[in-house]
Every structure is written in C-alpha cells, then in structure tokens.
Design a protein around this ligand. Structure first.
Ligand code: HGY
Ligand code: MN
Ligand code: MN
Length: 409
C-alpha cells in the first residue's frame, strides 16, 4: 500500500512531494485512496468539499468511528506527514478484520482535502469548510501564486465549487475521529516511546507582509534615492526571530515573493509570509504585534509602505479529555508503555504540538484525538522526514487497538 502511494507527486530531483490541492498529483492520490477502498469492499464517496470517505457499514446509522488524515503536502514535503495516517487507517482496518472484530458501529476512513494549504495559503480547507469554519465566499476568494482561484482550480479538477460549504449532517454521524500522524518533533525519540497521544495544539497563524517600495535600476540609483522594500523585509525576518526567541514562541518567514524579481532591479514589492505559533494566545499575540511594530518602523525608515494581512489562524486546541484518556488507557494497557505518567495519569506520553491538523479543526464540532508515531529526527515538512517501519507497524497496531476499544468499550 505504502509503495503504491510513495511515488505519487514526488519530485524527481528534490525527492520531496508536491501534492497540492486540485492538481494532477492530488488526483493521483485520490485515485489511490479510491482503489484502497474498493479492494477492501468499502463504499466510498467524495463530499461537497473534496474530502474522501471510505465506509465499512452505513454511516447513516451514526455514532461512527472515523480515522484518517490527509494526502496533500507542503512544497517538497516528506512522505509521512498525512499519508502515514491514511495508510495506517487502511492497515488498521485490515488488522481488525484479521482479529475478527465485530463492527457494531460504522467505521470510516477519511482523506481530508487541502490540509496543508500549500497552494491557496489557508490550512485545513476541507475540514474547515465541512465544520463551518470557512465560508464559501471566503473560500472562493482564495487564489494561488498563478492567480488561479479555488473555484477555477476545483472546476478544472472536475468539482463543483458552488457546492462547497458546511456539512453538519455528515459530521453529526461521527461519534469520534482519531488521526494518526508522524510526530513533527522529537518528544517520542527523547522519551523512548514509539507512540504517543496528543494533548493540545498551539494557537498558530499565517500573516502576509506586503512591503511596497519603488522599482528602480540596481546599478544607477543612488543608495539615498532608493525606496527598497527588500531592506525592511530582511530586517523584519531578523526581528521575527528575535521576538520569538524572547517569548515561548516560534516565528518563521519561509516564503517570499519579489516583484519584479530581477537581479538588476530594485523591487517594487516584497511579499513575506510569517508563520507564528506559541503555547498560548497571549504569547502569540505579543510576538506577532512586536514583529508588525518592527516591520512598520523599518518600512518607515526606508520610505516603504506596509500592509499586513492575516491569512490563516487556528486557536488553541485542547483535545477532548475523555477521549484522550480512554485512548491513553487502551494504549497504556496494551502496549505496556514505559512512558512517563504525566498529569493525566496515563502511561502513554501526552504531547503538545505546534503543528496544525484536521483533528484540531474538527475538535470544535466533535470528539477528536490524535496518535503520534515516533520520528527519530523530528524533521518534517522536508524530504528527510522519516519514521522506521517498526514504529509505523506499532502505530498501526496501536490504532487498531484504539479503534477496537472505541467500537467495543
Ligand atoms: O502547518 C501545519 O502545522 C500543518 O502541517 N498544516
Ligand atoms: Mn504538515
Ligand atoms: Mn499533517
């Protein structure tokens, strides 16, 4: 299963993945999902927002147990972020069938569309739309770097952009959603555990900084006559690192767009995207405000105009404690974890994370939980992202235990 998915959307030289929403690579991954569902005799459907569902049993009966994740990637992302959760979902179903589990509740497997927001800039579009956290109008205004809007991209892929929107009836059928995900950090490597449970997701967001200066000749324009937007941008990148370092936060300018982007031209416009995250809202607000303040001061000093637009934001997520603890007991009992017993009394590590997930978005409307699988280097959003096969198998068995425990409490 893994080997069938592995080559899809992988760049031949960087070896990273470029599985962006509504592109041919995305369609190939969707075809893979459909094939996996069909070989298992599962019914399958794509909902109005492009999320894919495979079902054992009739979801209309309600109280379904659902697991899965996403198949799209960041630019040159790794093989595990998202796909590990979807492959493990199908493998866990195979394991439950091997065990002879009686499925007294509908079991669903999901591939959420456009979780990374790599093309249109907003994370978790599929799950935000379905849970009513993103309106159709706002989604229709999303535009990629080539000026293609989300509706145009959906139509080109054969989907109806006017159908998108909240899907409360579908989500009301779900009793619990459990997402397995490769850890994007080293907590499990440091604790010596193969699997952990998510406690919370930090509040996090994306802000676009538009520095507008004056295009001019790089060779003939005196330094004093310049209004060069690259300078306040560069100083703001350093300010973001400084401000995050002085707070319990992270801040990254990982994407920049320069117009006209000529070697011998002073730019007219430099667009930089800030990704910032912190354990609590107060820290996050303080860091972003400080970065914006610094950016404005630097822009003024260079005679450059600045606009700051918040493009994506997710408040802190505290996963459902009852579901978390139930899963922790299932895992602690079955896997004999040597992990530390935190304040939850669980023997399985409970991890906070700065990474956003569909399980975080859906936690606003239904009980959700996450399992993390050890990532020996912690590296993610990179072709170097990795998890050992042994740990991935342990993750599948843990997910099977959890699903069985939820179906047969
Ligand atoms: O950016 C994130 O936290 C996630 O990978 N979408
Ligand atoms: Mn990711
Ligand atoms: Mn992910």
């Amino acid at each position: 299963m893994w080997n069938d998915l592995h080559p899809l959307g992988r760049h031949p030289t960087t070896r990273g993945y470029r599985r962006y929403a509504w592109t041919p690579a995305d369609a190939e991954c969707r075809a893979w999902f459909t094939a996996q569902a069909e070989t298992r005799g599962l019914t399958h459907e794509i909902d109005r927002n492009g999320n894919q569902w495979a079902w054992l049993g009739d979801p209309a009966r309600g109280d379904a147990v659902v697991t899965g994740s996403h198949l799209d990637s960041v630019p040159d992302g790794g093989a595990f972020d998202g796909p590990l959760g979807v492959v493990s979902a199908f493998a866990a179903l195979d394991e439950l069938r091997r065990r002879g589990t009686a499925f007294t509740r509908p079991l669903g497997i999901v591939n959420f569309g456009d979780e990374e927001g790599a093309r249109f800039g907003l994370a978790c579009v599929g799950s935000r739309l379905s849970s009513g956290q993103l309106t159709r109008d706002r989604a229709h205004r999303l535009t990629d770097g080539d000026g293609i809007t989300l509706p145009r991209a959906m139509e080109a892929a054969g989907y109806d952009p006017d159908a998108i929107g909240a899907d409360p009836d579908r989500l009301a059928r779900i009793g619990a959603f459990v997402e397995l995900h490769v850890e994007q950090g080293r907590a499990l490597d440091l604790s010596g555990d193969a699997v952990g449970v998510a406690g919370a997701i930090w509040p996090h967001g994306r802000w676009r900084f538009d520095f507008r200066g004056e295009a001019n000749h790089a060779g003939t324009t005196r330094l004093t006559d310049r209004r060069d937007p690259m300078l306040p941008y560069a100083e703001t990148v350093l300010a973001a690192r400084r401000e995050a370092g002085s707070a319990r936060a992270v801040a990254t300018f990982g994407k920049v767009a320069v117009e006209p982007n000529g070697v011998n031209a002073i730019p007219s416009l430099v667009r930089g995207w800030l990704d910032s995250r912190a354990p609590d809202q107060r820290d996050l607000d303080a860091v972003v405000a400080a970065v914006e303040k610094a950016a404005r001061a630097h822009a003024d000093a260079h005679g450059v105009d600045l606009d700051v637009v918040r493009e994506s934001f997710t408040p802190v997520v505290e996963f459902d404690h009852a579901l978390r603890d139930r899963i922790g007991r299932i895992l602690g009992r079955d896997t004999g974890h040597t992990g530390h017993t935190g304040d939850t009394g669980l023997t399985v590590p409970v991890l906070g994370t700065g990474a956003g997930h569909d399980a975080g978005i859906l936690s606003a409307v239904l009980p959700t939980a996450m399992l993390f699988v050890r990532n020996p280097t912690g590296v993610s959003h990179s072709p170097a992202e990795y998890a050992t096969e042994d740990d991935c198998v342990t993750g599948v068995l843990a997910l099977a235990d959890v699903l069985e425990g939820l179906i047969h409490p």
